[in-house]
Ligand binder design. Structure first.
Ligand SMILES: [Zn+2]
Ligand SMILES: [Zn+2]
Length: 356
């Protein structure tokens, strides 16, 4: 890696809205103090990219897309370091936490930069250039080293969805004592299945898409159920009429959330991970008298992301198993079209082709 020639120009993919992608040419940035230049190896596509950027730019405030290079799930290798960088070197394999907070508010001090409300907060791929490019300029305070034997695709998975799933199961202290219902088997739901099964829990997955249910079973779910009126009675059968100790909604859909509330047993735990939408429920029968605890969990902090990487290595897990499609950077248009159909697992761009 030392002595590798860094070209002066690179490609970057922008999402102009209207279900389009656009590849533009950019000057390769030079790292300033506290920054490194990362040669991109893998960059994930996320449901939030589709929802807030790809179809239309509907985000506001902290979710407003600034027409930068897209991609907030980057993983790659450092090829240049700026001044005042001592903890990273050329050749290091890294994962980039996708938010750079102000660094000094209470959420940033916790490492939860997603919760930073300062105007300085910037997300890669939203307010500053992201990972759908040949190179990425990253601040070291948002970096984590990618340990062997994890792959760059594993790293891209951890940068957002897998760490989100990890925080969700740790909020509810999921363990081998638990039966866990996971509603919504998109990439985050599938990651919950994988991590919870590796933690010893008995996992039941629910979705409307048969391909996703099948994938959940390969990742460790003991039962995969089709969403609908039959789902709750089936869960009750599986749990001898008791309900599950934990239920995690990853669908963000009102019926999915409601199913979690109905399926959680007395003194159980429920986690809402999936964003958007709404839910209405009767608190007396579904919450108060069931004595359970409801958690909201939003993405993941830096420390949780580091723990996720450790857990994956220790458990011998590779979240690249959730990836159903990879495309080269030059094929970004087809990657987004495929992902937007809503029947895939995770879709990732890889940059192993030669840069032009
Ligand atoms: Zn994401
Ligand atoms: Zn902050």
């Amino acid at each position: 890696m030392d002595g590798q020639r860094i070209p002066s120009m690179m490609r970057g993919v922008v999402l102009p809205g209207g279900d389009r992608t656009e590849t533009r040419r950019y000057a390769v940035p030079k790292p300033g103090p506290g920054q490194v230049l990362v040669q991109m190896k893998a960059s994930g596509l996320c449901g939030s990219d589709l929802k807030f950027i790809y179809h239309e730019h509907i985000g506001t405030g902290g979710s407003q897309y600034q027409e930068v290079i897209a991609g907030h799930e980057p993983s790659g290798q450092i090829v240049a370091v700026g001044p005042e960088v001592s903890s990273y070197a050329v050749g290091d394999r890294v994962v980039v936490d996708h938010i750079n907070g102000c660094g000094h508010c209470s959420e940033c001090r916790k490492g939860c930069m997603i919760g930073c409300t300062s105007p300085e907060r910037q997300a890669y791929g939203w307010q500053r250039d992201g990972g759908h490019a040949d190179y990425l300029l990253a601040d070291v305070r948002a970096l984590l080293k990618l340990p062997e034997p994890l792959t760059y695709i594993d790293g891209a998975m951890v940068a957002c969805g897998v760490a989100t799933a990890y925080q969700g199961i740790t909020r509810a202290s999921v363990s081998g004592r638990d039966r866990l219902l996971v509603v919504g088997l998109g990439p985050v739901g599938l990651a919950v299945v994988m991590l919870a099964a590796a933690s010893g829990a008995e996992v039941y997955g629910v979705d409307v898409v048969p391909e996703r249910i099948a994938l959940a079973k390969t990742l460790g779910a003991t039962a995969g159920l089709m969403a609908g009126l039959d789902a709750l009675p089936q869960i009750m059968d599986l749990t001898q009429g008791m309900g599950t100790e934990v239920a995690i909604d990853c669908s963000g859909h009102r019926t999915g959330r409601h199913l979690c509330l109905e399926a959680a047993r007395t003194w159980g735990r429920v986690v809402f991970l999936g964003e958007g939408g709404d839910v209405a429920f009767e608190p007396s029968p579904l919450l108060i008298r069931k004595q359970w605890t409801l958690y909201g969990s939003w993405v993941c902090g830096l420390d949780g992301m580091a723990q996720t990487l450790e857990f994956l290595v220790r458990s011998g897990l590779h979240p690249d198993a959730l990836v159903t499609h990879t495309f080269s950077l030059s094929d970004a248009e087809r990657a987004y079209q495929t992902f937007a159909r809503g029947t895939t697992g995770k879709v990732v761009l890889t940059m192993d082709e030669a840069s032009p």
